[in-house]
Design a binder for this molecule. Structure first.
Ligand code: AKG
Ligand code: FE2
Length: 344
């Protein structure tokens, strides 16, 4: 018997763009989705998002197959696109190179980001031998793509485009869920319409037998929405901390991805919505792959308490729980965070 899902399942279809623009979904369907998003973000910070109306089974499967194929290639080949080859943030990270709270994680990965976020500046002076005179700043370099498997880059690029649209649809639903006016919704969307997205392709070898290890240490995500697609055949790896303080397993549900909200939503809602702690403990014998896509604010977005969040909290008798956490420029926050992520 299949276990009952521990998280709510939400259908974003009424907010997805359709061939008839704008989406002519029934207002009642939108309201149901918006309410479900609000409750999930307020109560758990995690939910399942139905994507089987939006992505074919083939699309869902092929990116995982390509990820698995990439990790199956030789160490030398993978290290050719290692983090050290560019801005020390984009690229391949070997097993144990990623660190969470000072401890090495038991996974390897490939990190991809939206293009260079910095305004153009003068070309670096050369140091006489034709080499550039200054190192790249973090995030300044190009993404490093594997040349094999050949379909990796084009298929992942298609996935990125699909996830951007999906992220925006969820943001529309969340704006309605908070009771935002049309103008307020526009304001929120203007903070994410050029999302400085991040995508990680992660490979988890099983933890050594008998070890009490952790594959990815407990953490909250930094940004806005994490859209996580992982191997549906591996039941019990991702764990989410429930409000009662117990770890619960977010096992994969067919036709769904797992979504959680990051710290930026805490700034937007003064803590009404929570970025929930989660971790990965992968013990089963099969190598696990997962592809979290982080739909983040624009690099220069100024994130601060939304009036709508205050109103909503007051309406629900939770006004006292909302704390103005000040303003964060998303890109600055990201740079603070990525600096501590790796052991070089
Ligand atoms: O691989 C997973 O299931 C989760 C990964 C994760 O939490 C992260 O990369 O932030
Ligand atoms: Fe995470």
């Amino acid at each position: 018997m299949k276990p009952t899902p521990t998280l709510p399942i939400i259908d974003p279809t009424p907010y997805l763009p359709t061939t008839t623009t704008p989406n002519t979904a029934h207002a009642g369907d939108r309201a149901r989705t918006a309410k479900a998003l609000h409750e999930a973000c307020r109560d758990v910070g995690f939910f399942y998002l139905r994507v089987d109306n939006y992505l074919t089974k083939e699309e869902l499967d092929e990116v995982l197959v390509l990820a698995r194929e990439f990790f199956g290639r030789s160490k030398e080949e993978k290290e050719q696109i290692g983090l050290d080859e560019t801005d020390r943030v984009r690229g391949y990270q070997r097993l144990h190179q990623n660190v969470t709270q000072g401890k090495a994680d038991h996974h390897e990965g490939l990190d991809l980001y939206a293009p260079n976020p910095y305004p153009p500046r003068e070309q670096p002076t050369t140091n006489g031998d034709g080499n550039e005179g200054r190192p790249l700043r973090p995030l300044e370099g190009p993404n490093l793509w594997p040349s094999k498997p050949e379909q990796f880059k084009p298929k992942m690029e298609q996935w990125i485009e699909k996830m951007k649209v999906l992220g925006m649809a969820v943001m529309r639903g969340m704006a309605d869920g908070l009771g935002m006016s049309e103008v307020e919704g526009e304001g929120l969307r203007a903070c994410v319409d050029e999302s400085f997205w991040v995508m990680r392709v992660i490979g988890y070898p099983p933890l050594p037998q008998g070890a009490d290890g952790i594959s990815c240490g407990e953490h909250t995500d930094y940004g806005c929405l994490t859209l996580l697609h992982s191997d549906p055949t591996i039941p019990d790896s991702l764990q989410v901390l429930s409000t009662s303080g117990r770890w619960m397993t977010a096992f994969p549900v067919e036709g769904c991805i797992v979504v959680n909200i990051g710290s930026m939503w805490e700034y937007w809602t003064g803590g009404l919505y929570r970025a929930t702690l989660h971790r990965v403990i992968h013990k089963s014998p099969k190598y696990r792959v997962s592809i979290p896509f982080f739909f983040e604010p624009n690099f220069d977005a100024r994130v601060k308490l939304l009036d709508a969040a205050r109103r909503k909290a007051d309406e629900e008798g939770k006004g006292g729980e909302v704390k103005d956490l000040g303003e964060k420029v998303y890109g600055d926050y990201l740079l603070e965070k990525v600096g501590g992520n790796f052991k070089y």
